[in-house]
Design a protein around this ligand. Sequence first.
Ligand code: TYM
Length: 342
Amino acid sequence: KGRIFSGVQPTHTLHLGNYLGAVRNWVRMQKEFECIFCVVDMHAITLFQEPQALRQNTREVTAAFMASGIDVSHSIIFAQSQNRVHAQLAWILNCVARVGWLNRMTQFKEKAGKDRENASVGLYTYPVLMAADILGYRATHVPVGEDQKQHLELARDIAQKFNNDYGVDCLVPPAPVIGGPAARVMSLRDGTKKMSKSDPSDYSRINMTDDADTIALKLRKAKTDPAPLPGAEVLDAKGAVTAEAEAARPEAYNLLAIYAALSDREIGDVINQFAGREFSAFKRELTDLAVAVLGPIGAEMKRLLAHPGEIDAVLSQGAARARALSEPVLKEIEEVVGFLSA
Ligand code: TYM
């Protein structure tokens, strides 16, 4: 049986991209894999977080995992800072990763912006901590959205370099699991930008806690073009949208991909169904679908969040299990490196 590790930053309420690109897939993989899901609060503080908001968001993300169907009687949910192994292993891996590798990370460039001199060192070395998250559990598979692909390649490179440098077979390079119509959900305001927690406009995303009226309003306002919906002519032999078609109408295909993901169908199927229809009608159906999927999850999150003590208990139990799995791995790594045991 393989082992999954994945994580979400508690910087904001989760949005549809986090759900369709990551969390929903985790729920489905639980039967097949041993699963460890982490609320990565140490990653969150690479950009300043108000302490009170960080605590609240950590609980909210935990509630979102549970409400989406993560079963804590099997899978582990915990907060990263509750297991010191992550920080300790990250230091060792910082000494394996190369500056040149980190300089190539596109997410750092995006998040640091123009004022790079003023970015935190933590933001720079962020992907090394992420490698420690995964390698500290010898996770075999990491289900994430498309935007994390480069970080996962780095984790593989770090594992391989460590094994090479020390002549061991100690670290397991993880396999990324990325795919489906929602591996990259785009902003509702700009089909060339990914849906993101950090977009200043709340109209750019659908949050998992949005109520029906808010979802309806955001989708009504979602950017589209005046042309009716495309038909079979935009599909290639495999039933996928051709690259040319997609580049010409990114917002339209984003909404179609969201519909496909929410209804668990192929995008070609959805395109055939709505061919030639008006966007206003399609958006009404998409709203109904989004409300049907997200409504019950949002309600369950609210119920769970009314009892923060229970959420905290889930996290501490998860942390104890996480420590039990990762402490022996760290010990082995420390021996390989040449540290004396305490
Ligand atoms: P984060 O918190 O930005 O996002 C959490 C998960 O949601 C996915 N995602 C998306 N998928 C599709 N479309 C989108 N618009 C979209 N936006 C976000 C992300 O790919 C991710 O799977 N560095 C990670 C957290 C992390 C992690 C890890 C993940 C820390 N350690 C170890 C896996 C393994 C991050 O910032 O995710």
